[in-house]
Ligand binder design. Structure first.
Ligand SMILES: [Zn+2]
Ligand SMILES: [Zn+2]
Length: 328
């Protein structure tokens, strides 16, 4: 550890990675709410992360913002910092910090599989790896995204009269589901809940083509028969969703692999679409990095820690507070 501590504080430059409380200097890996908090003094992040934070929290959500491009090194005191793509959502990065020849990589949230709504993951070597482990159990092996999205398209053919209400988180998941539908040739209008509009517009402005999207207007309910409607899971759970006639409730999330969770949320059509690494991706990447020391930040820590130890890699859980595995 020596020059970082368990709160992901880079001591020589008094800078925190994804701090939960307001700090003087923060590096933000991506704009999901459990990583990007308002109220810091100085923020270093990608252009996209900064712009999304401003959309969500307002222009003044930090005092100063500094942009750093992917694969570009910046010297801060005696520490150099480089961002590498994390493949998680638009703007997401792994943060590589180097001090006196020792490299620490903070992965943030990541996945190594293809995603056309963000820059794809890039593997990098380091001495110390600080990794997430949201799906850090061997039972988690994410299925093929194409097959999952085809389930939705097939269901529309089987039930052409029923609205298909799909629960998606507003940042990342919504745009990925739309993108996957377009890749499968689904070119009809897709309806979105009002709370998804700004971020869909932002992705569109960043050349991630989402096709025709229309905000839901419940004055004419019949127009939704046989259509896809995307909404945050919270809206699908409340009265808003009851206004649709006989809808099929779907949800797109890595957690849909857990049947119990799908059942609890009354999801009829679970779509297993994750933006986090599964067990194989996590273990493969830990090996690739050549790290001799691994810290596990959030998620299912024990299995990964155990796996590291039997592979002769020194590993320690960090049990960071406030990391919300629901945002995925
Ligand atoms: Zn995230
Ligand atoms: Zn996270």
């Amino acid at each position: 550890m020596i020059w970082i501590d368990k709160n992901l504080h880079i001591k020589p430059i008094d800078t925190h990675i994804d701090p939960y409380r307001p700090v003087e200097n923060a590096i933000i890996t991506h704009a999901h709410a459990d990583h990007a908090k308002p109220g810091h003094k100085n923020i270093l992040a990608t252009k996209e992360t900064i712009e999304i934070m401003k959309i969500r929290y307002g222009e003044n959500c930090a005092s100063n913002f500094q942009e750093l491009n992917l694969n570009q090194k910046i010297e801060i005191g005696d520490v150099s910092v480089t961002f590498y793509p994390a493949g998680h959502i638009l703007g997401s990065v792994q943060v590589l910090a180097e001090f006196k020849g020792h490299k620490i990589n903070f992965t943030g949230d990541y996945k190594t599989t293809r995603d056309l709504t963000c820059v794809n993951f890039e593997p990098i070597r380091c001495h110390t790896l600080v990794t997430e482990a949201t799906f850090g159990l061997p039972v988690f092996q994410h299925p093929d995204e194409k097959k999952e999205i085809q389930k939705l398209i097939k269901s529309l053919l089987l039930f052409p009269e029923r609205p298909h209400l799909v629960g998606v988180y507003a940042l990342g998941k919504a745009q990925r589901v739309i993108n996957l539908l377009r890749l499968e040739g689904y070119d009809k209008n897709i309806f979105i809940h009002g709370s998804l509009e700004k971020l869909c517009d932002y992705y569109d402005k960043n050349h991630i083509k989402l096709g025709d999207l229309t905000k839901v207007n419940l004055s004419n309910k019949n127009q939704y028969n046989g259509q896809i409607i995307l909404a945050p899971p919270s809206a699908i759970k409340n009265v808003w969703a009851r206004k649709f006639e006989d809808p099929i409730i779907c949800q797109a999330s890595g957690w849909m692999a857990v049947k119990q969770r799908a059942k609890q949320s009354l999801v009829e059509l679970p779509l297993i679409l994750s933006d986090h690494a599964d067990w194989s991706e996590l273990t493969k990447y830990i090996k690739f990095t050549n790290a001799e020391k691994v810290y596990v930040t959030h998620g299912r820590e024990e299995a990964i820690i155990h796996w590291c130890r039997i592979n002769n890699i020194d590993a320690t859980p960090l049990s960071l507070s406030g990391r919300d595995d629901e945002e995925q």
